[in-house]
Design a protein around this ligand. Sequence first.
Ligand code: 6PG
Length: 237
Amino acid sequence: MFEVYDTKAEVARALSGHLDRWSAEEGFRSIALSGGSTPQVWFDLLADEYQYRLPWPEFLLFWGDERCVPPEDSQSNYGMTRKHLLDKVPVEPSHIYRIRGENPPAEEARRYSRVLHDMLPQVHGIPQFDLVILGMGDDGHTASIFPHEMDLWGSDSFCEVATHPESGQKRISLTGQIINNAKQVVFLVTGANKAAPLAEIRNRSLGSTQFPAAHVAPTGGRLIWLVDREAASLAPH
Ligand code: 6PG
């Protein structure tokens, strides 16, 4: 499914509506959140308008990727989520499974893989999230799997240590097997800088396999793209 909205705020509104329905009708509880600018708008909307409308204490919250920085660092995906959402809604603190960006990266990737193994049901021998939220960078990266490290996508582990191509910052990221094992995956893609890679992915152009985002194809088939008009401007829909 490919849904186009005028603005980032409308993309966020659409995702809120989907989550409301999936949690009520399908019992979705385990969610892998993403970093980035669109989730920030979404978190603000959830905190303002969905504070009492979602089963917050029942949600199990995880992250699809994290920057290897302490939680109070402005780069921390967990820190951003705490500020914009977790401090404002009645989530159960013991249900927040953050990636500890302050830990040595390789050790933390192993620890978080075990957390996923222990806390999620296994389907096809792989932990299964109800919902994975992803963003896409203008280089076609998703979670923290970048084009120069495509091999990490196919890793046998559930989590890997990645390196940002420009800053060299270490990241911890879910890998392809666990992302594609989710019941439902949502891509949030906004901004004109995403238009070209998005068009290539949607057209399945020959070159599109270089983009990690092009490899997102949940085995259960449930993938929704929530896209703003700018990002969708070159894509067929
Ligand atoms: C991160 C991410 C990353 C992000 C994309 C899109 O931690 O940086 O999880 O994959 O989702 O870079 O980010 P924007 O929504 O800001 O464009």
